[in-house]
Structures are given as structure tokens and as C-alpha cells.
Design a protein around this ligand. Structure first.
Ligand code: ZN
Length: 372
């Protein structure tokens, strides 16, 4: 019996080039109307008892080819546990082998978080006491942009994720965040929610998520380059969220992302905006320092270079929110690889650790909210 490969499901992405015995040659499909690609998620059937060799032939032309060295594929036999599978990257080809003791196996760039999972999360959280659910608007494919609001405090906090849909760790983070925010027995959360109202958008890009995109929406638009001038035609996902932010103001914000290359969690700030002040910047740096002190899964040594004075890109949400609202805003980046200062050889950076990092962020924020 021959094996078969399938990605025709929620969030799936792969194209079969050729299957020759136990050798499977594949390509990742580019985002619709875009050149970006790196996210993959597919199923193999008929695998039991075989040692299969997978090759992604177009890995070298992906959006971030420097993300492949040191990267390990996530594999699963039950779609619950996603273990790291060693891979090699040479001459533009990502390759791994897998010996199957089950009929079915799944492989992905990172543990997936599909729209089915998103809908289950929203249903579960929206039903809890003290939660307000709103549809802020709709995507180009007509899907809802869900917002869950918790708390009654004076300071508006916005935490929003997955502008880049292939960064699935972001929605695992949001699941951890929402579970913690709705735990009314938690004294730190109670204290935070007396001082802040927390608006959570767990998925900014449902179309890209369902379509198996890496970086863009249904029209091939990178939503994190739209925040200065979002439109209904190109980026209604950003427009509706920014309008809702305009209605509340923003004191503190986290834009949640994943980074292909850097093997560590880090935050990026808003250096270089016209309205930069050292005082507001100090709060951003203090958040990073305290978070690193609060959890071994955060650090401040590795990260992106800072923008020079006046050179900030205001099309990116963190810069736009800092400029527009005077917010202390940060971009949180989690790794596709692992958090090397505190590695896990079996799972690498993972859903569970993404959720726990969200808990740590809330604890750190709770300790700082009076200063913001
Ligand atoms: Zn991103």
C-alpha cells in the first residue's frame, strides 16, 4: 500500500511534488496573492511500519530561510502532543525521517491552533462570568474578529495576537491569558482587573489561519504594516480593532508574535517614534526586566535592533499604538525553535509553555499597573 499526504483541512498547507516509495518530496504553498511562505501542516496516512523520509524542497526560498538551521519539525500521532523531530537543512532543502508505529501522523511548523480551536476557545471563555464578548468586525472572508473584555479598572489594556497566522504559538499564549484572566479566585488577577480593563483579540487574522498562511490575510496583506492607514478593502481586520482602540484609548498593549530565527522569547518596543519619551520608554524596559526576573522563560539579551530616533515604522501596531495613544506598547516574540536559556529537548517551545508565559506576563503587568 502506498502512503498518502493530505493538507485539505483547517490550517493545512503542503503540496506534494512526488512520492517514491518511502521518499516524500513536498513544497510549502505561498500565501494567496503573496510570496510569503513558511507555515506547513499536513497529514500522512498509511505510514505504519515504514521509515519515511520527508523533504521540503522549497524551504530555501521561504520568507525566513535563516529560520531553518537549528529548527526541529513538530510531529504528532494524536494531534495533542507535538514532539520535536530532528531535521537537517542543507542546500535549501529541509529534511527529516520518521519511523511510524501508527497509521497516521501529522507534521507542522509549530503545534497548530486552528479556527476550530479558536471557536472552541471563544465559546468557552465568553460563557464565563465577567466576560464581555464582541465581534469587532469581519475579515475579508467574512469571519468574525472576536474580542473578549475582562475587568472594570480605569486603565485600558489591549492584548492582541496572530496578525501573522502562521505564528500559532500566539493563540496558545492567548488561551493561557484568557484562562488566567477568568480565574476569579486568583488574587493577582483580581487586583489587576480592579485597576485595568483588559481587551483580548485572540486572533487578528482568521482568514490566514484557516487558509494555512504564514504572514498575510485573504488578500495577501501583511496586517502588521497597515496600522497607520487600514482600509475596509485591504485590512478590515486591523481597521475594526484600531477603531475599538480609538474608543477606549490604550495604556498598555502587547502584540503577540512568533519569530522564526531567534531561539528565545523577547520583546521589541517603540524606539524611534516621533512621540518617544525616556519616561515611557523606561516603563517598557522595566516590563522586560521584571518579566525576565519573574520567569526563566524570558530574557532581554537577545532581540531585534532598535530603530534610530525618528525612524520608527508607524505602519506596525506597537509603534502606532505608542504614538497614537501614548501607550506603553510591546511586541512579544516567541520562538519556533526553543527558548535556549531554558530548553526542553522533547517539546522545545510548546503550547504549554506559551500559556505559562502568558501567566507570567499578567503577573508582571499586575505588579506594574499602578505605575502606568
Ligand atoms: Zn509576526
Amino acid at each position: 500500500m502506498s502512503i498518502s499526504i493530505n493538507a485539505a483541512f483547517d490550517g493545512g498547507n503542503i503540496r506534494v511534488v512526488a512520492i517514491d516509495g518511502d521518499l516524500v518530496d513536498l513544497e510549502i504553498v505561498a500565501d494567496h496573492q503573496s510570496d510569503f511562505y513558511q507555515w506547513f501542516y499536513f497529514r500522512v496516512a498509511g505510514a505504519r511500519g515504514r521509515t519515511l523520509r520527508f523533504r521540503i524542497l522549497n524551504a530555501g526560498k521561504s520568507a525566513y530561510p535563516f529560520g531553518w538551521p537549528g529548527y526541529k519539525v513538530r510531529g504528532s500521532t494524536d494531534r495533542v502532543a507535538w514532539r520535536m523531530t530532528p531535521a537537517t537543512y542543507a542546500e535549501g532543502v529541509l529534511e527529516w525521517t520518521w519511523t511510524a508505529d501508527t497509521e497516521l501522523g501529522w507534521f507542522a511548523y509549530f503545534a497548530p491552533y486552528t479556527m476550530e480551536q479558536h471557536d472552541a476557545l471563544v465559546a468557552r471563555i465568553a460563557a464565563r462570568p465577567g466576560v464581555t464578548h464582541r465581534e469587532l468586525g469581519h475579515s475579508l472572508d467574512g469571519q468574525a474578529i472576536d474580542c473578549l473584555t475582562i475587568g472594570s479598572g480605569a486603565k485600558p489594556v489591549w492584548i492582541y495576537a496572530r496578525q501573522h497566522p502562521g505564528e500559532s504559538m500566539c493563540e496558545w499564549f492567548m488561551e493561557g491569558l484568557l484562562d488566567r484572566l477568568t480565574d476569579h479566585t486568583d488574587p493577582q488577577v483580581r487586583d489587576l482587573l480592579a485597576k485595568a480593563t483588559v481587551h483580548c483579540v485572540p486572533n487578528m487574522n482568521p482568514d490566514g489561519t484557516r487558509r494555512g498562511h504564514l504572514r498575510t490575510n485573504a488578500a495577501g496583506v501583511n496586517l502588521n504594516r497597515e496600522w497607520h492607514a487600514p482600509t475596509l478593502e485591504r485590512s478590515p481586520e486591523v481597521l475594526c480593532v484600531r477603531d475599538a482602540m480609538d474608543a477606549t484609548g490604550v495604556t498598555f498593549a502587547i502584540d503577540v508574535h512568533g519569530d522564526e530565527a531567534i531561539p528565545a522569547n523577547f520583546i521589541a518596543g517603540f524606539e524611534g517614534i516621533p512621540g518617544w519619551t525616556d519616561d515611557r520608554g523606561a516603563h517598557f524596559y522595566e516590563f522586560g526586566r521584571r518579566l525576565a526576573a519573574d520567569t526563566p522563560d524570558f530574557q532581554t539579551a537577545l532581540g531585534y535592533p532598535k530603530a534610530q530616533a525618528g525612524k520608527a515604522n508607524l505602519s506596525m501596531s506597537t509603534n502606532q499604538l505608542a504614538q497614537r495613544f501614548g501607550a506603553v506598547a510591546c511586541t512579544l516574540e516567541m520562538p519556533f525553535k526553543d527558548h535556549d536559556p531554558n530548553p526542553d529537548p522533547e517539546f522545545g517551545w510548546s503550547p504549554d509553555r506559551s500559556k505559562r508565559l502568558a501567566h507570567a506576563c499578567l503577573e508582571t503587568l499586575a505588579g506594574m499597573i499602578d505605575d502606568l
